[in-house]
Design a protein around this ligand. Structure first.
Ligand SMILES: [Zn+2]
Ligand SMILES: [Zn+2]
Ligand SMILES: [Zn+2]
Length: 509
């Protein structure tokens, strides 16, 4: 482990493990070679870059040389990870706690440093962690990779939030947390506090709506309109959300729909005002002309508002004309195959997006259902990948199985910093305990021409019945080694799966 700057640069250095170009720390950048890393370690197998050094000190397992379970930062002659003793490397043992691991400071491991930093960040003013926050501290300190926790604590907005909670600047309650900024960081800490058992469970999406509503109402300039909208939002929209949340956790669509309903109600009142009318004086002719000129989703939201307003007697007894027919979505088999081909071949797309799109198109599942999958819904053996859907187990045929395996491998390395270590979402999101949120994914899938809106899966389901997953690879021209055997076996399984309850499978929102 001699410091890199004492070594004479032999030129054209590359990392012995990842083979990316490197330079010694003292040299000027060499732009002709693209992104150039810095040598940080000289280990028996060569010069190692910072990324590989970190990964090596976070690799644990049974050493193939001495069969002990410990850190495996070295490489044996056949290139397998092995322990420091078997690799002939200096020991990497924390002088403080005696454990092997990532050394954050000279001789002190990342976990010890993380615990020090947490003790400062959660200090209640007495030099110790506020007693109610020890469960949070323990949870953070136990994360698999302490380095990510240290990086998280170094972010400028994290310390003020933790300090405010630790010193009692705000009450240690959901309401108290609501007064803190920035929202993303606070949501994250809140989820951790819930996961640690410090705060009672709460509904993330209900909370978002409750926090959004007061500010939005305050932004309505017309006081009469604001009064009506306050009643509508509080007694209709919020009450429905709360009732739904009491039954089961809200999904993000519900919260967004409620916001949309509130905004459309406000737009309708403004429109009435521009015609010198109020809700009280609204005529049937005005209502009919408004409903005839709005798009489908605004029409539905306007109706919801008027149904409430008539019942609450803030609008006269108007008649609501029959609702418009929803947009129908069509996708042809050729389009389905074309998009699947692109998902298979375009490795510039994030793997998670490719897997999500593939599962939607192969099995006609809604985006929501795909995002609700857990890692336990995937079974991998050396030869097969099986997916558990509500209708039963379905095989994932080649070449799609490789994509799913790649996602599982990436997922294991990409859990976000300080994420709930128990999270087993197949597509874990940035917030502890939550899966990826659908907004961004939905837009990217739509750009690809993938139907994922609720209720639009029926068209896709027809196509799946015509060409089940196992038949797709041959249709795309993929010659898998035993395609026929796979197709025969998978076809059987699919036969059992396909005649099930399609309406239930096709996204029952
Ligand atoms: Zn490397
Ligand atoms: Zn060993
Ligand atoms: Zn230590």
């Amino acid at each position: 482990m001699s410091p890199a700057h004492r070594v004479i640069d032999p030129g054209n250095l590359e990392c012995a493990r990842c083979h990316r170009p490197m330079r010694l720390a003292t040299r000027e950048p060499t732009p002709a070679r693209g992104k150039v890393l810095t040598v940080v370690r000289r280990w028996p197998d060569g010069m190692i870059c910072s990324g590989c050094t970190a990964a090596a000190q976070e690799t644990f397992g049974t050493c193939p040389g001495c069969h002990t379970h410990r850190m495996l930062p070295g490489r044996n002659p056949t290139g397998q990870p092995c322990c420091t003793d078997c690799a002939g490397m200096p020991a990497m043992v924390c002088a403080r706690c005696g454990a092997e691991g990532w050394m954050e400071l000279r001789g002190v491991c990342g976990r010890c440093v993380l615990i020090d930093r947490l003790t400062i960040a959660l200090d209640d003013g007495t030099g110790r962690i506020r007693p109610e926050l020890t469960a949070l501290a323990d949870r953070l300190a136990a994360m698999p990779r302490p380095r990510t926790g240290i990086l998280w604590l170094n972010k400028p907005h994290v310390k003020p939030v933790l300090h405010a909670i630790a010193t009692g600047q705000v009450p240690l309650t959901h309401d108290g947390l609501t007064t803190l900024q920035p929202v993303a960081c606070v949501s994250y800490v809140r989820k951790l506090l819930v996961a640690a058992g410090t705060l009672p469970d709460y509904d993330h999406h209900l909370d978002r709506f409750e926090r959004w509503l007061p500010g939005w109402l305050a932004s309505i300039a017309n006081t009469d309109q604001r009064a009506i909208l306050t009643r509508y939002a509080t007694w209709h929209l919020l009450r429905h959300l709360r009732n739904a949340a009491a039954r089961s956790p809200l999904d993000p669509y519900r919260q967004q729909t409620a916001r949309h309903q509130a905004r459309v109600a406000a737009t309708f009142l403004t429109w009435l005002d521009s015609h010198q009318h109020t809700l009280e004086t609204c005529t049937q002719a005005l209502l009919d002309s408004r409903l005839a000129s709005t798009n489908y989703s605004d029409n539905v939201a306007t109706r919801t508002f008027l149904t409430w307003a008539i019942r609450a007697r803030v609008a006269p007894r108007l008649t609501l004309p029959p609702p418009p027919r929803g947009k129908t979505f069509t996708i042809s088999q050729a389009q389905r195959l074309q998009v699947l081909r692109r998902l298979l071949s375009d490795d510039t797309m994030p793997t998670a997006d490719r897997v999500i799109g593939t599962l939607i198109l192969l099995y006609a599942q809604s985006l929501q259902r795909i995002l609700a999958l857990r890692t336990s819904d995937i079974t991998t053996t050396r030869d097969d990948v099986t997916l558990t859907l509500p209708g039963g187990n379905v095989p994932v045929p080649a070449p799609f199985d490789a994509l799913l395996r790649a996602h599982l491998a990436e997922r294991a390395h990409q859990l976000p910093p300080a994420a709930n270590p128990d999270s087993d979402w197949l597509f874990p999101g940035r917030l502890a305990g939550l899966a990826i949120q659908p907004n961004g994914v939905r837009q990217r899938l739509q750009n690809l021409g993938i139907p994922n809106a609720p209720g639009r899966c029926r068209a896709l389901r027809e196509l799946v019945l015509q060409a089940p997953p196992a038949l797709i690879a041959p249709l795309l021209g993929f010659n898998t080694a035993n395609a026929e055997k796979i197709a025969a076996e998978a076809g059987n399984t699919w036969q059992h799966y396909a005649p099930g309850d399609h309406t239930r499978l096709a996204g029952n929102r």
